[in-house]
Design a protein around this ligand. Structure first.
Ligand code: RFL
Ligand code: PHB
Length: 389
């Protein structure tokens, strides 16, 4: 079998790329190692930048997001009980869309199914081959049978643990990494959110975040030990810990209930350079990870595939390699700015085990600067709502 592009991974990066290529008349096959239900069972990001919203609409998958998503015009930071709201509209004339990654994925799957796009779920041993030449191929096993697809381009959209980045010879790739000494314990609950907008909380006991998925479903996080076992956290323990970190008004308004999902995510900053190896292109978490504090992970996946799809359009339509030759540079320039923002927000808001009174006072100074300076607040708002694509 032959196709133009083999996309490895059916997360948001792979599915959105497939949709963008389809709209340019470029044929692609998606190979995903998990089942559709497994992919939809992962609870991850919740905030879309303005540019990601535009990209989903342009890809023809934004209808339900526009109807059911919540447009937010600001966020709050709470520092040891003192709260400050950042008004995105007033600061940068932008907003974000609160709409879960699960729903984005569901909409992209439905859009692909509607035109009969070819996806193979539960594909095992997916292996990208010969991408240093002009005739790459990908082999995989499905239902006990080995298959091979010849193609022009391989798009590695298979996340941090995927096979694409690992297929590149070590000498050809540089890795940059910072692992943080804590994780986030997240709970999803069918109760109305405690506040109309997100609240990022810095407290001596650790970071917390009040987020949401809809008017009746909330998502909360507390900073925990990186090695923490989720089994040690009953719902009661989670709610008690969250309440301790919130300011008294917010704590009093918190509606709790049985969790419908509870999981721990490690926090890491990671970038692989470059993002292109011959005919293999990395996009999304396959190439980079940000700690979730800036809500940038999913949004970077969207900007990567927006660049890649434009570059592949030039490649197939105009036989020009200018776009694909510039892809890695262009994507990494944006990635590193999001890495910087996510690292900065993580550093400002979390309790670091080795921190002294000196670091804590620097964190407080940072918060007071943001709360008191329009210029500083604009930098936060510009980054949070999304830098230009
Ligand atoms: P994904 O979503 O990981 O999708 C990759 C897909 O590739 C498949 N795959 C393979 N398929 C075939 N063969 C192989 N060998 C394969 N190996 C893997 C996987 O099954 C999967 O379906 O990457 P993508 O598309 O780049 O999207 C990126 C986003 O998912 C990610 O940046 C965010 O979700 C990050 N992230 C969060 N971001 C936020 O902005 N806010 C959050 O609250 C937030 N929480 C999270 C997160 C990421 C997490 N991970 C990766 C563990 C919470 C978690 C737990
Ligand atoms: C979420 O709702 O899951 C969420 C929101 C904002 C973040 C991280 C996670 O920064």
């Amino acid at each position: 079998m032959r196709t133009q592009v083999v996309i490895i991974g059916a997360g948001p990066a792979g599915l959105l790329l497939g949709q963008m290529l389809h709209r340019q008349g470029i044929e692609a096959v998606i190979l995903e190692q998990r089942s559709p239900d497994y992919v939809l069972g992962r609870i991850r990001a919740g905030v879309l930048e303005h540019g990601s919203r535009v990209a989903l609409n342009e890809a023809g998958a934004g209808q339900r997001m526009e109807a059911e998503g919540q447009e937010h015009h600001g966020v709050e930071l709470s520092f040891e009980g003192s709260r400050h709201r950042f008004d995105f509209n007033a600061l940068v004339g932008r907003s974000v869309m609160v709409y879960g990654q699960t729903e984005v994925t569901r909409d992209l799957m439905a859009a692909r199914a509607a035109w009969g796009g070819r996806s193979v779920y539960e594909a095992e041993d997916v292996t990208p081959l010969d991408f240093d030449g002009a005739r790459p191929r990908v082999t995989y096993r499905h239902g006990g049978v080995t298959h091979e697809i010849g193609c022009d381009i391989i798009a590695g959209c298979d996340g941090f643990h995927g096979v694409s980045r690992r297929s590149v010879p070590e000498a050809a790739i540089s890795l940059f990494e910072r692992v943080y000494p804590f994780g986030w314990l997240g709970v999803l609950v069918d109760k109305p959110p405690v506040a109309p907008e997100l609240i990022y909380v810095s407290h001596p006991r650790g970071f917390a975040l009040c987020s949401m998925r809809s008017a009746t479903r909330s998502r909360y996080y507390v900073q925990c030990e990186a090695s923490e076992d989720v089994a040690n956290w009953s719902d009661e323990r989670f709610w008690d810990e969250l309440r301790l970190r919130l300011d008294p008004d917010t704590a009093a308004g918190l509606e709790t209930g049985p969790s419908i999902e509870k999981s721990i995510a490690p926090l890491r900053s990671f970038v692989a350079e470059p993002m292109r190896f011959g005919r293999l292109f990395l996009a999304g978490d396959a190439a980079h990870i940000v700690p979730p504090t800036g809500a940038k992970g999913l949004n970077l996946a969207v900007s990567d595939v927006t660049y890649l799809s434009a570059a592949l359009g030039e490649f197939f339509r105009e036989r020009s390699s200018a776009g694909i030759d510039d892809y890695s540079r262009r994507a990494l320039a944006r990635v590193w700015k999001a890495e910087r923002f996510s690292w900065w927000m993580t550093t400002m808001m979390h309790r670091f085990p080795e921190a002294t009174g000196f670091e804590r006072r620097l964190q407080r100074a940072e918060f007071e600067h943001l709360a008191g300076s329009r210029a500083a607040a604009q930098v936060l708002a510009e980054n949070y709502t999304g830098l230009a694509m």
